[in-house]
Structures are given as structure tokens and as C-alpha cells.
Design a protein around this ligand. Structure first.
Ligand code: NAD
Length: 328
């Protein structure tokens, strides 16, 4: 006899197995939801926002695409949704007001992230928390401390976006498929970030060797320096013209969350807590880490050059200074 109910039972028992809650349904949160829904990595996407009607409108707009996505549920939710989520992505935050200092803005967003984290913990959630709100390294650290969870379970988007920008620009410059460009921007997601040239290769050939053999530009050292400056200024440039960046960060978040949901063991430069790795302690910053189910499994300790180690220490010091100012 054909058991017609089997598929129904199967779907019911698995329906919530890949649930992602997005806190903050603004430009980044909604673009992430849109990209994640199309990938088919999640069964359920729940959006929450301080502005309920805004979240409802975003969900309606997204849900009208249901006939065109892989099977998925998209809905508005609340704190109770944290309890059985596999991943909670925080994109909630406020923007800088006129006349407000950078530190004042950080304090406001730190308070928001702290409260959200308390609510996640109160729901006895077993999710991995991924923070995207800026300044992402500081807020990841705040969220981790507030949770009391193991360090790998609270991570930030780190320099995944910056590294994607770097790879894109290198691929354009070298006229090579971006999939063959392996490159990382490390440290703070911000002004003190730096390129790890010693880890950069094209098709397995170290970048210096590749540039020596390639004859497509006259002065490759100057060109590479310009690429790094462009990566660093990308966000300022885009925000100047259109007010926010959201497409590429949406995709970067899909990469991170997809890796967690699929236990993919990908090495990504997420923001994670350093506890002596690279000789650095008590700070979250973008560093290559093995990511899978449960979050960061381990930090990859690469053989950085002296210049790169100095840059990493400078970045850590800059972040620690802001973190300490927050405690005052
Ligand atoms: N990490 C990265 O690489 C990266 C890249 C781009 C943007 N960002 C950051 O992502 C954040 C969001 O950017 P955006 O463009 O989506 O901003 P946005 O203003 O469009 O969205 C933020 C949303 O958060 C909501 N919100 C505010 N306080 C809340 C609270 N307490 N609880 C729930 N929701 C709350 C707001 O109502 C708003 O809808 C910013 O901090 C931005 O700097 C990070």
C-alpha cells in the first residue's frame, strides 16, 4: 500500500529544522532574506523589527515571491522565535544622527544589541548568532559577553564582505575568474583592516609570482596598493551615492549562514573572539576561521609576515580602545 501521508509527515517533522531569524528588517536584513530565500538553504525565514508595520510590509513584499523561490516560509515573528531558530542574524541598529559622535552611535547600537542578546538568551535559544550591525567587531564582542555562550557561537560578519570586494577588484584587475582568486582582508571591518598578501594567490600561484609573470600592467605594486585603498573606501563611496550598502553584505551573510546550516566547514574571515591566537586576546576581529554547524569550530592560524602581524596588532588595539571606552 502506498503511504500517501509519508511526505506530509516528513515535511512536518523537518519543517522548522532550518529556521533563520533576522532581527532588523531594514536594507541589510531584507536583502539578506531575499538572497537566502532564493538559495534554498532555509525552510523558514522570520523577520523582526522594532517597527512592526515596516517588518510586515517587507515580509509581504518578500512573500509575494513565494511561487518563484524554492519551498520556504517567510513571516514576521517575535522573541519567541529565537527558541527553535538555528541561526539568528542581527542587522538591527540606528544610523548616525547629525552632530552625533561615532562613540555615541556605538553606545546606542551596543545597547540595542545587548538587549536583543538578552532576549535571545531568555528564550533558551540554541541558535548561532551572527552579528552584522556596525561597528560589527565591537558589537560581536558585546553580544558574546552578554550571552555567556561559548565563543564560537556568537560571530560577526567580520571581513567577509571586505574580502569579497578585494577578490572582485583583483579579479577585474588581473582579468581572472574571481573563483580563482583567494585573498583575505583581515582585522577590523573598518579603517584599520589590511590585506593578508602572504595568503593571496591566483590559481594557487602567490600574488607576487603571478604579478611578475603577468604583463598586463606596468606597475603592479602601485596597482595593488590602489586596490587596497579602493576596498577600504568602498562603503564610503557607495553610501555617498545611495545611502547604504546591502546587496553584497546580503550575499556575504548568505555565505556565512549557509555554511552554518549545511555544516560546510568553510574557512571564512568572520569576526570571532581571539583568546591568545596570533598572540592576541580579548577582542573580536576578522580572521580566517573554520565555520560549520554551531558556528566557529576553530581559528586558522596562518603564518603572517611581520608587517601583517603588526597590522593585526594595530587593528586589535584600535578595537580594544573603543571597547574599553564603552565600559566607561
Ligand atoms: N557588517 C557589514 O559588513 C555591514 C555592511 C553593510 C551594513 N552594515 C550595517 O548593518 C546595519 C543595518 O543597516 P541597514 O542599511 O539595514 O539599516 P536600516 O536602517 O535600513 O535597518 C535597520 C533596522 O533596524 C531596526 N531596529 C532598530 N532598533 C531595533 C531594535 N531594538 N530591535 C529590532 N529592530 C531594530 C530599524 O527599525 C531598521 O528597520 C547597520 O549598522 C549597517 O552599518 C554592516
Amino acid at each position: 500500500m502506498v503511504r500517501m501521508y509519508f511526505i506530509g509527515d516528513f515535511m512536518a517533522s523537518n519543517w522548522k529544522s532550518r529556521k533563520v531569524v533576522i532581527v532588523g528588517a531594514g536594507a541589510v536584513g531584507s536583502t539578506f532574506a531575499y538572497s537566502l530565500a532564493q538559495k534554498g538553504f532555509a525552510d523558514e525565514i522570520v523577520l523582526t523589527d522594532a517597527r512592526l508595520e515596516y517588518a510586515e510590509a517587507q515580509v509581504l513584499d518578500l512573500a509575494h515571491g513565494l511561487p518563484f523561490y524554492p519551498p520556504i516560509q517567510i513571516r514576521v515573528g517575535g522573541n519567541e522565535d529565537y527558541s527553535d531558530a538555528q541561526v539568528v542574524v542581527i542587522t538591527a541598529g540606528v544610523k548616525q544622527s547629525p552632530g552625533e559622535s561615532r562613540l555615541e552611535l556605538v553606545k546606542k547600537n551596543a545597547a540595542i544589541i545587548g538587549t536583543i542578546m538578552d532576549e535571545i538568551v531568555a528564550q533558551k535559544s540554541s541558535a548561532v548568532v551572527v552579528v552584522a550591525t556596525n561597528p560589527v567587531d565591537i558589537l560581536t564582542h558585546i553580544a558574546l559577553k552578554r550571552s555567556g555562550w561559548p565563543k564560537g557561537r556568537v560571530i560577526g560578519s567580520g571581513t567577509v564582505l571586505d574580502s569579497a570586494r578585494f577578490r572582485y577588484l583583483l579579479s577585474q584587475h588581473c582579468q581572472v575568474d574571481v573563483g580563482n582568486v583567494h585573498a583575505y582582508i583581515l582585522g577590523e571591518h573598518g579603517d584599520s583592516e589590511f590585506p593578508a598578501w602572504s595568503m593571496t594567490n591566483i590559481g594557487g600561484v602567490a600574488i607576487d609570482d603571478y604579478c611578475h609573470m603577468c604583463s598586463k600592467c606596468d606597475d603592479w605594486k602601485t596597482e595593488l596598493e590602489q586596490i587596497v585603498r579602493t576596498v577600504r573606501d568602498s562603503a564610503y563611496h557607495i553610501i555617498n551615492y545611495k545611502g547604504a550598502t546591502y546587496f553584497a553584505i546580503g550575499m556575504a551573510l548568505v555565505r556565512i549562514v549557509g555554511t552554518i546550516l549545511q555544516d560546510q566547514h568553510s574557512i571564512l574571515p568572520v569576526s570571532t573572539f581571539l583568546d591568545g591566537e596570533y598572540g592576541i586576546k580579548d577582542v573580536c576581529l576578522g580572521i580566517p576561521a573554520l565555520v560549520g554547524q554551531g558556528g566557529v569550530h576553530e581559528i586558522v592560524v596562518a603564518q603572517l609576515t611581520k608587517e601583517e602581524m603588526d597590522a593585526l596588532r594595530r587593528s586589535a588595539a584600535a578595537l580594544k580602545k573603543v571597547f574599553e571606552q564603552l565600559q566607561e
